[in-house]
Design a protein around this ligand. Structure first.
Ligand code: AMP
Length: 380
């Protein structure tokens, strides 16, 4: 196993906030970072040593990028698998291209869960209106129609409440393949952020509890006050998913916890995850440093939390009436502000987040929510 040491260059496909926080950790430890994406002046590029702006299908640029780095990872799961495959010829890529292939498409991801007997929502592959009619009869209402590929943060999702809504929902697919899922009447959403190194060692950050608003993550806090049984079930599922994939890097598994206390996998993210952002301030080793250590062939770090923590996302909507009131939010001494350096604040766009540590997750959550309210000066 080749160890990549400080001074070496880490290549990263994608240039968003996950890459930015990864780059911050990498540079703290003396690595150089080279990001590759179609965009300029990006959240990752502002922190990286080198920012390559080229299309993900530009094979000559990918080759040049891959030859110039010591190891490659990605921060965005919609990077075309072809890009990873080309890069893999010149440098090691972690996690592997086939993991990206499985998880970037909901149909392949759910099929993986079914094949390996992980608990998941019932689903059907939808190509035609006829398929959708038959599938809704089997699944019942309400149900959720999603595009099979390239969906995140609720993009490409339609909840169907009755037969009258079927045709309109089908049109929302806009000719793309879809997946119809049973709607899960959950009591809460939880996630396990974990990591696996090149020797197969596994570590995790326990169970994080998440609240979504309009399908976008709104707040997370940890540890989630759930039973030991649910906690170990969720962690065990995450561990076996990582094992089956022979995973190297940071991984997140998102779950629904049903009203009758069943754990159901919703999604697998083959990268650090928004629900793990609180590890950046609250843990000995953040999810980003863990990714770095894993891809560099180093030992994983301790996931110990200094204190319970919570995170609140800051979406572009906060900028609706001008610049948020930063000093007011930062009056709280335990609050950490993260801004991603995106040049334009669009509604629903993740612009930054707040983290707070406290003696209990409930107090930490109240602190970030209150601070966020102060930011918007009650405008929202
Ligand atoms: P996704 O992009 O599939 O993770 O969905 C984003 C959010 O939509 C989830 O975190 C849930 O809050 C909600 N959601 C998605 N699928 C379902 C489902 N089958 N049942 C209930 N809620 C869902």
């Amino acid at each position: 196993m080749k160890q990549i040491l400080p001074g070496a260059t880490i290549g990263i496909f994608g240039s968003g906030q996950l890459g930015r926080m990864f780059a911050i950790e990498a540079r703290k430890m003396g690595y150089r970072v080279h990001t590759f994406s179609p965009d300029k002046d990006t959240p990752t590029g502002q922190v990286a040593n080198i920012e390559t702006t080229a299309d993900y299908l530009d094979s000559a640029s990918i080759r040049e990028f891959a030859k110039s780095v010591d190891v490659i990872t990605f921060e965005f799961e919609n990077v075309p698998v072809e890009a990873i495959e080309i890069a893999s010829k010149y440098a090691d890529v972690h996690p592997k291209a086939e993991i990206l292939y499985t998880t970037q498409n909901r149909l392949r991801e759910k099929t993986f869960l079914r094949r390996n007997a992980f608990p998941h929502a019932d689903f059907f592959h939808i190509k035609t209106l006829e398929d959708l009619n038959t599938a809704t009869e089997k699944i019942g209402f309400p149900c959720v129609l999603k595009t099979a590929g390239f969906g995140y943060d609720g993009k490409g999702q339609t909840k169907i409440h009755s037969p009258a809504e079927i045709e309109k929902a089908f049109q929302n697919l806009k000719g793309q393949e879809g997946i119809l899922e049973a709607f899960i009447d959950f009591q809460k959403e939880i996630s396990v952020v974990c990591a696996r190194d090149q020797k197969g060692n596994f570590s995790h950050y326990g169970v994080i509890e998440n609240k979504h608003k309009d399908h976008i993550l709104d707040t997370s806090f940890a540890p989630s006050p759930i039973s030991e049984r649910i906690k170990s079930e969720a962690i065990e599922i995450a561990r076996s998913i990582a094992e089956i994939f022979d995973y190297v890097g940071t991984l997140c598994v998102e779950f629904f916890l049903t009203k009758n206390e069943k754990v159901i996998v919703n999604e697998i993210a083959p990268r650090p995850h928004n629900s793990g952002h609180l590890t950046f301030d609250a843990c000995v080793t953040s999810q980003f440093e863990q990714q770095l250590r894993a891809v560099c062939g180093l030992n994983l770090g301790s996931t110990e939390m200094y204190k319970p923590a919570a995170m609140a996302n800051l979406l572009g909507d906060l900028w609706r009436d001008g610049e948020p009131d930063w000093p007011k939010a930062l009056q709280h001494p335990n609050l950490k502000l993260h801004i991603y350096g995106k040049t334009e604040a669009r509604p629903r766009r993740k612009m930054g987040h707040l983290t707070a540590l406290a003696d209990s997750p409930e107090v930490a959550l109240k602190t970030v929510v209150q601070a966020r309210r102060n930011l918007s000066q009650e405008k929202l």
